[in-house]
Structure formats: structure tokens, C-alpha cells
Design a protein around this ligand. Sequence first.
Ligand code: FES
Ligand SMILES: [Fe+2]
Length: 442
Amino acid sequence: MGKERLKQFSSLNLADEARREDDVQDKNNVQTQNSPLPNNQLSGGLLGWYSVISSKSLEKGKLYSFSMYNEPLILYRDKDSQPKCIKDLCPHRGSSFIGGQIVGDELICPYHGARYSSTGECTNLDRITCQHIVDSNYDNYAKKIHLYQYPAIEKNGYIYIYYNGKANTNLNDFDIKSSVEDSYIESYGFKTSEYEYEEVTVDFKCDWTRIIENHLDILHIFWVHGNTIPDKDVNRNIITSFNQKIIRDTNQIESKYNHKDKEKGEFITIKFIPPGRIVIYKGSPDTARYVQVLDHVPLAKNRARVVVRHYRKFMKNKLLTKLILFRQLQQRIFYKVFSEDYMILKTQTFNQQMGYVEKDNVKLLGEDKMVQYYWDWLQNALINDNPWQLHPTDTHTNAVHHDMPMLYPPENKTLSKRNDNNILINLIIRALIPIGLIMLLI
Ligand code: FES
Ligand SMILES: [Fe+2]
């Protein structure tokens, strides 16, 4: 897989004009003895900290099933509500924990009832091995039965896991090579305490890097979402009216877009923070009224999840927000925007998997520079980490997990329908209240 991907975009060239600015920047970024990387190269790879789900989706007492790079995993909360992430494999006979339970502090396997403590030890070995009747090798066995885990932490309403493709029975055995703080938007100057936010989680049947490219790609916003995103600047007529400046350092790639014809016309800033976070905002981090955070999760070869959060400094009055159904209407926009992207991402993934998105078949524009830099990073990261080889599988061997319900349309329209019904019911109630009052007065 890694090698296949390496071929992609290998001969793509940016327009000369677009290169010039970065050539100057590259000359200034000379590698020094103290820094292992030139400061225009991202230090993080594909294995590292991922924000995989929002905190509120991880309810206490429930098992949350997902996967990373094809590897099935389970998230749950222990009795202190701390998030736990384990490989979805019971170390007794390899059952999945889907259908299992959490009782007190223990995870119970649905197959033979093995119970595991929050540190991963099996707490009822004597009963599941029937040691007094059958198994004479109890002590040896006891040493082997332990959950396979990944480090998980909760911060700012997100669950982060450290994914390196090799679950350990002891969390202390992880050699953690990247800092989770680099993902926090607070590290970039945003004060999240000053914002309210809306959020949705969306599943796509497509390659996860196609989605990341989509969110780094400013051109398509005007074209694909021009009638949906409520922004006076987003329409098909102003596509070429801004300048782009890209800044790269060891933690992020940042692309700033400015209006060409307005003095202080900063249009938008897009940051890519590896391995899967994108932050989009206007203005500077300390003044931005609105910040969009998109987390991309590589579930499987042809399946990806995005957790989208929109922070806002406006509409903070809770009563007013409720009254005008702000949250539901915002969610409706999210769903519409992702539906607009979905068809393109799905068919583009097909083209990529068929090998069409290679060499001379595609040519990037200067405006695609952000995508090119993302690909530069991705190609190196695939060589170094080769994550798709850690749990290789194809759509057939992964069928069980592909059959599991997706969190969002087009495959599963439940969430958007529920949201639409919610809006409708609330509107009817609002219409009935004044009518009822008038009737009473009459
Ligand atoms: S497979 Fe889990 S208890 Fe047997
Ligand atoms: Fe889009």
C-alpha cells in the first residue's frame, strides 16, 4: 500500500509562480546541528496521537467500537470515567468484545465471561479456565491473559489515543514519540474557554487522505459548497481574488489566504497538524470569532471518520440559541456540506484505487500547494511508518466491520432525518404556542 501511494503525485509539478515563494523560504530553513529537521518539515508521522471521538460520544457503561488502520479497537470508560482503548480481541480465544458489557470497573467478554480490570488483568481466571477440572497449566496461562491496550487520554471534550499499531499489555511499555499537546489548539493561541461549539461525527466510505485533501482545498469550497456555506465571501465569483502564503514548521503547515483587493482582507487560515487534525479560522487565533476543527480518523482502507467541531464566539446566549434552533440548523448545514463532498470523495477514491490518480493523469495548480505539501509529508510518513501494513486486510476480510452501521449518510440517513424531524417538531410547537394563547384569550 505504501509503495502504491508513493507513486501517486510523484511527478506532479506546481506552477512555477507558486513555487517561488517557498523556494525563498526553503533557503532560509537550513538544517542546524541542534535541530534534527529543517524547520519547514513536519516532525510527526502517521503513528501518534489521534483525536478519535468526542468525549460526549463515549458514554459510561457502553462499549464504543471503531478501528484504526484496519485494526478493530474498543473504547470505554473505567469506573473513574477515564477512557480506555483496547484491541478488540479477547486474549482467551480471540472473541470481539462487541456484545460484551461493562459492570462496575470490569469489562466482560461476551464469549466465556472473562472479566478484565481497568488495568487489563483478567480477574476471574479460575472460573473461565476451569482450572480445577481441566487446565493444569494455570500459572503459565495466567501470565498470558491480559488486555492489549493503547494509551488514551481525554482533553477539551476529545478522546485522544496514541496509535502505533502495536497494542501492549502494559501501557508503560509504550515508547511515545510525539507530544499530544501539539494537537491542542490552545498550543496555537486559541482560548477554547471563550467559545461555544457544535459538533458532528461523520463516516465516509472513502480513503481518509482524500478527505484531508478536501479540507485543505480552498478551491472546492466556492464551487461545491457555494450555495450552502453561509458566508458572503463564499461563492463562485471570487475564486481567484486572494493571495496564498504558506508557512511550514515542525508541527504544522499553515496556509493563509488574503483578499487581493482589500487592505486588511484576511480571508481564511488553514492549518494541518499531523497526523489528522485541520484547523480553519479567520483573523488571528486570539481574535478569531469562529474556529473549525476537523479530526480525521483512518478507520480502514476504504473507510474514514471525521469529527467536526465549530467553535464560535457569537450566539453564546443559551436561551436564544435554543429558541432559534441554532444547534440543529448548524448541524443541518454540516450534514449538507458533507453530502456535497461525499460523492466526489467516493468516486475520487475509486479513481485513486484504480491507479488513475497517478503521474500525468493529474496536474496540480499553484493553488493546490497546500495539497502538495500534505502529499510530501504523507509520502515520507508512509515510508517511515507504513501503517497500512501493520494490519493488512482487504474489504472482504474486513467485512464484519464494514457491515457495522456508519454514523452518517448517505449510507445511513438516520441522524440527518432525526435532526430534520427535531427542527420540524420545534417549529410546530413554536407556531402552536401563540395560536393557543389567542384561543385562550378569545
Ligand atoms: S474469548 Fe473471551 S472469554 Fe473466551
Ligand atoms: Fe468540502
